[in-house]
Design a protein. Structure first.
Length: 137
């Protein structure tokens, strides 16, 4: 693989299963073992019932576009070659939101709130698989 120039995640004890799941080709979401609330970003305690117990469930990888912005200035030099790109907030079918880059060459003028999306995984390095989204065709 060529040298990867973008920043990479720094997993915590709470988020490590999320990153491990991506490496296995699965989008895993943290789920409260007591009340069933799905949460993302991973964290130690359920915001609904304050339980510290959780398990990981595989997400469908489907959802809808919630909002987006077109980026024209790289916050890090590793993104310079991709400008402009669209950063999307997506509401997954499981009820949580994720933020990531929208792939596939979509134009801002073609986007609408509620547009169906799907998560795609990309191997950034030998050790890292990252989630992105694209419009459902």
């Amino acid at each position: 693989m060529s040298e990867y120039l973008k920043p990479l995640p720094e997993p915590s004890i709470d988020s490590q299963p999320f990153w491990d799941g991506l490496k296995e080709g699965r989008l895993l979401l943290q789920t409260c073992s007591d009340c069933g609330t799905v949460r993302h970003y991973p964290r130690p305690m359920c915001e609904k019932c304050q339980s510290m117990e959780c398990h990981w469930t595989e997400a469908t990888g489907r959802g809808q576009l919630y909002t987006w912005t077109e980026t024209h200035h790289p916050f890090h030099f590793g993104f310079k070659g991709e400008l402009p790109y669209i950063l999307a907030t997506v509401e997954l079918d499981e009820g949580v939101r994720i933020q990531t880059q929208l792939l596939g060459g979509a134009k801002v003028g073609d986007l609408r709130v509620g547009t169906p999306i799907e998560v795609v995984l990309d191997r950034a390095t030998d050790e890292w698989v990252l989630p992105y989204v694209r419009l459902v065709k």
